[in-house]
Design a protein around this ligand. Structure first.
Ligand code: TYM
Length: 333
């Protein structure tokens, strides 16, 4: 069945292995099915919900587009664009924020995590950010949204917003209620320094993540320093419950090798981490180093990247401006 795919990645620098295994690798697989229509968005409006340096933001927008292409997304067959170039995203976000309920947003765990203790000082944008995300998806009638596990709650909210809009304006099925595409396994890659913490761009320790721009030496060094426990690798999945670092590293290995966790356990059971880490570094270098090299190569050609984003925005705008016109019509503007 043909799917309409939409997903987004924030251009906030340090795109990492979690972004790759949780989302971008899946984007590439989905675009390989010629029946699918795919739109991949550099969500720069989302990025400014926390303070950004304008020059860095500009570079990070290009770097995110370069990462999509370097990872295997073909810009000729799919739309790659940045959100701020299509004004319908901001317009739809406002209208949908008038449909969304404060109580729904108050439940968003990511806002609580990101805002931290001093919620009063967080931007309003950070609070209403999931509404903008719903606008992104609903403007394109996306049927499927590939994301990592941390975006699940935002997608549930998007479904609620779509249903409420359709109800409020007596327009059954006008906004399409999308399905999340979250991998059953390996959809939450954890920090290399703490198996209970998500791998994240904002972790102050660079050793906590493999960046998609890391060199071979950096990857090998980070895996060497990755936290483990004193036991040899386990014999079965149940033993991983109390061993989050072992589970995470085996998960990363399995995902890169397209193997089940059980298969990886069978391969390494009883072996020491030092032995396993050599294999893990090898597969990481094999998969990530070419992406890292390609990103750097693409970044040397800013004109090419800007053209991809501009052309992508023009194509995206055709869908989005039609949908926002219909939305405005329904609202009574
Ligand atoms: P962002 O930019 O934080 O992350 C981009 C994608 O990477 C996934 N991800 C992870 N997956 C597994 N393990 C991790 N440690 C990990 N860290 C990040 C995220 O789940 C995401 O899929 N709000 C979104 C961007 C967005 C969006 C959208 C997504 C805006 N509009 C519309 C889908 C549809 C975000 O901040 O992702």
């Amino acid at each position: 069945m043909s799917k309409k795919i939409f997903s987004g990645v924030q251009p906030t620098g340090n795109l990492h292995l979690g972004n790759y295994l949780g989302a971008i690798k899946n984007f590439v697989e989905l675009q390989n099915d010629k029946a699918n229509h795919c739109i991949f968005c550099v969500v720069d409006l989302h990025a400014i919900t926390v303070k950004q340096d304008p020059k860095e933001l500009k570079n990070n927008i290009r770097e995110t587009a370069a990462t999509f292409i370097a990872s295997g997304i073909n810009p000729d067959n799919n739309i790659i664009f940045n959100q701020s170039m299509v004004s319908a995203h901001s317009e739809a976000a406002w209208i949908l924020s008038c449909v969304s309920r404060i109580g729904w947003l108050n439940r968003m765990t990511q806002f609580k995590e990101k805002a931290g203790k001093d919620k009063e000082k967080a931007s309003i944008g950070l609070y209403s950010y999931p509404v903008l995300m719903a606008a992104d998806i609903l403007l394109y009638d996306a049927t499927h949204v590939p994301v990592g596990d941390d975006q699940k709650q935002h997608l549930e909210l998007c479904r609620d917003i779509a249903q409420k809009f359709n109800n409020d304006f007596n327009a059954p099925e006008f906004l399409k209620v999308p399905e999340p595409l979250i991998q059953k396994q390996f959809s939450r890659i954890m920090s290399l320094k703490d198996g209970l913490k998500k791998m994240s761009k904002s972790d102050p320790s660079d050793l906590s993540r493999i960046n998609l721009t890391d060199s071979k030496d950096e990857i090998v060094n980070k895996i060497k320093k990755a936290k483990t426990d004193p036991l040899p690798l386990p014999n079965n999945i149940d033993e991983l419950v109390e061993r989050p670092e072992a589970e995470n590293l085996l998960g990363i290995y399995s995902s890169l090798k397209n193997k089940s966790l059980q298969n990886s356990i069978d391969e390494f059971s009883g072996k020491n981490f030092s032995e396993f880490k050599i294999e893990l570094s090898d597969v990481l270098v094999e998969k990530i180093e070419p992406i890292s090299k390609k990103i750097k190569e693409l970044l040397n050609d800013e004109k090419y990247l800007d053209t991809i984003l501009l052309e992508g925005s023009k194509k995206a705008d055709i869908f989005a401006s039609k949908k926002i016109k219909e939305i405005k019509e329904l609202v009574g503007f």
